[in-house]
Design a protein around this ligand. Structure first.
Ligand code: PDD
Length: 287
């Protein structure tokens, strides 16, 4: 079954899908994106993801490529045409196609929209969660506006590649004060000896993850307390549990940081209960 992509108003074979060489996304990383989980035939937390997309677009003065109300229809159609029941739907909006110039293109230049969907193997994810993942830490070297979900991800690419080469699955950025900001493509959490969930405030220095937001709802349901505050690498290593969150990993246990085990080096039970309860609490839009 060939994969299908949506590109600027057309459904095309994924293998042939292309944007113009002068697309601002290609020239300047002048665009934003979202990744939504697809689970059991539902698009998870779609309204929250579209809300954040709207914020990213408005922070960069990029126009919606189609009205917000039409986006769910397009996303559903791409998921349907690709027969995805477990996986993800990816969407990217850029400032459009224009002759290369740092200044914004002429008014009325349409934004570009690409939507793709991809299947994932739930068994592989479950296996990864059962084993936990290993993290390395790297110095924070990203720009100041990581609250915008921009496609400019070169520091994240380099950090995650470095993690892979070190036998790890994610890298945590660490700011100049030795405090963890977030992962290359995930938010960072620890659980203290008292069972309190700790994650960095989302006002500055991190992306306000949608999974992170929904985990606040999950924690409330499970009667768990959350503290939004900075935490250091040393505190994370000494924590009862550590985990990452994102649309593609949900809550994923961290068992080692820079080669040192977190607690006993096994996935934590609170993390696994958050993971288990997530789908029930999240908003589910039929795909
Ligand atoms: N990344 N922080 C960063 C830097 C991210 O790239 C992501 C998501 C998150 C978590 O956000 P959410 O819970 O909304 O997925 C935090 C996606 C999955 C990606 O780039 O593939």
């Amino acid at each position: 079954m060939p994969r299908i992509a949506y590109v600027n108003g057309r459904y095309v074979a994924h293998a042939d899908a292309a944007v113009h060489i002068e697309d601002r996304g290609y020239q300047f990383a002048d665009g934003v994106y979202e990744v939504c989980e697809v689970a059991r035939g539902f698009i998870v937390d779609m309204p929250r993801h579209l809300g954040r997309l709207g914020r990213s677009l408005s922070e960069l003065s990029i126009a919606w490529p189609v009205s917000r109300g039409v986006m769910p229809l397009l996303m559903r159609e791409v998921v349907r045409r690709n027969h995805v029941t477990t996986g993800l739907v990816y969407l990217q909006v850029t400032r459009g196609v224009a002759s290369r110039d740092f200044l914004f293109p002429p008014a009325g230049t349409p934004s570009s929209l690409v939507i793709t969907a991809r299947k994932a193997d739930p068994a592989a994810q479950a296996k990864r969660a059962a084993a936990g993942i290993r993290i390395i830490t790297v110095p924070e070297n990203r720009w100041d506006r990581v609250d915008i979900k921009s496609v400019g991800l070169l520091p994240n690419v380099l950090a995650k590649q470095k993690a892979k080469e070190a036998g790890a699955q994610e890298a945590w950025f660490v700011d100049a004060d030795g405090m963890v900001t977030e992962g290359g493509s995930s938010n960072a959490w620890i659980i203290t000896m008292d069972g309190v969930l700790v994650t960095r405030p989302a006002e500055h220095g991190i992306l306000r993850g949608i999974t992170r937001t929904t985990l606040f709802d999950v924690a409330a349901k499970l009667g768990l307390r959350i503290e939004e505050r900075h935490f250091s690498v040393a505190e994370a290593k000494a924590a009862r549990e550590a985990f990452i969150s994102s649309a593609t990993t949900i809550a994923m246990p961290v068992v080692a940081i820079d080669g040192d085990p977190v607690a006993n080096g096994h996935p934590g039970s609170v993390t696994l209960s958050l993971r288990q309860a997530f789908f029930d609490v999240a908003e589910k839009s039929p795909a």
